[in-house]
Design a protein. Structure first.
Length: 195
């Protein structure tokens, strides 16, 4: 734990970052399809907005987890290809919003990156971190699974009681509530046209 770390300062920081992520401009130009019509184009635009929102939520989770106490957000393009690290706690993780975010080839590639790190730094716990499962109950309860991949041990942490409480400890509920409230207030402001 960092001695100068402060929960309120962290919450202030992530509030600004959450709003910045949500405010990022989104592409609204659809790719051309000869079979499109006005109805399908409206549906595609909705699907595109949902896709953008899902990606932003993923970025929010990486930022929230990667700025907590001793953790560092590795951003995009880090040499490890992974998302967050805590050198003092000896944890490195690939963060996903939910258990079905990756297709099979992406999941394998992410596990390969974790296994590569584990081989180079065997003292680190290498985690495939998934915030949500496929149901509310499974997300709340969560799970931990130890798997062997490329000859080394990798852990899959899922949900509130296993992943988030492992990272945030006693601050878990405060942080979840704060992130939910910040996103809701931002959405409400946008919906009301005040921003």
């Amino acid at each position: 734990m960092q001695s100068n770390w402060n929960l309120q300062s962290y919450l202030n920081f992530i509030e600004v970052q959450i709003k910045n992520i949500l405010a990022r401009p989104e592409k609204e130009k659809l790719t051309y399809d000869i079979l499109d019509n006005i109805i399908s184009q409206k549906d595609k635009l909705i699907a595109l907005r949902v896709k953008h929102r899902t990606m932003k939520i993923g970025d929010i989770w990486q930022m929230v987890l990667g700025n907590y106490n001793s953790f560092e957000d590795l951003g995009t393009g880090h040499k490890t290809g992974l998302d967050i690290v805590s050198h003092s706690r000896k944890i490195i993780a690939e963060v996903k919003t939910r258990t079905n975010t990756d297709n099979a080839s992406s999941r394998k590639a992410n596990k390969d990156k974790l296994a590569c790190y584990k081989k180079a730094y065997p003292e680190y716990e290498c985690i495939y971190a998934m915030v949500n499962s496929n149901t509310e109950q499974k997300t709340k309860k969560g799970s931990v699974k130890i798997i062997q991949h490329n000859g080394v041990e990798i852990k899959e942490y899922i949900g509130i009681d296993h992943l988030l409480r492992y990272i945030f400890g006693s601050d878990t509920d405060v942080i979840i509530d704060f992130v939910q409230k910040t996103i809701y207030e931002y959405d409400l402001t946008i919906q009301q046209g005040l921003q």
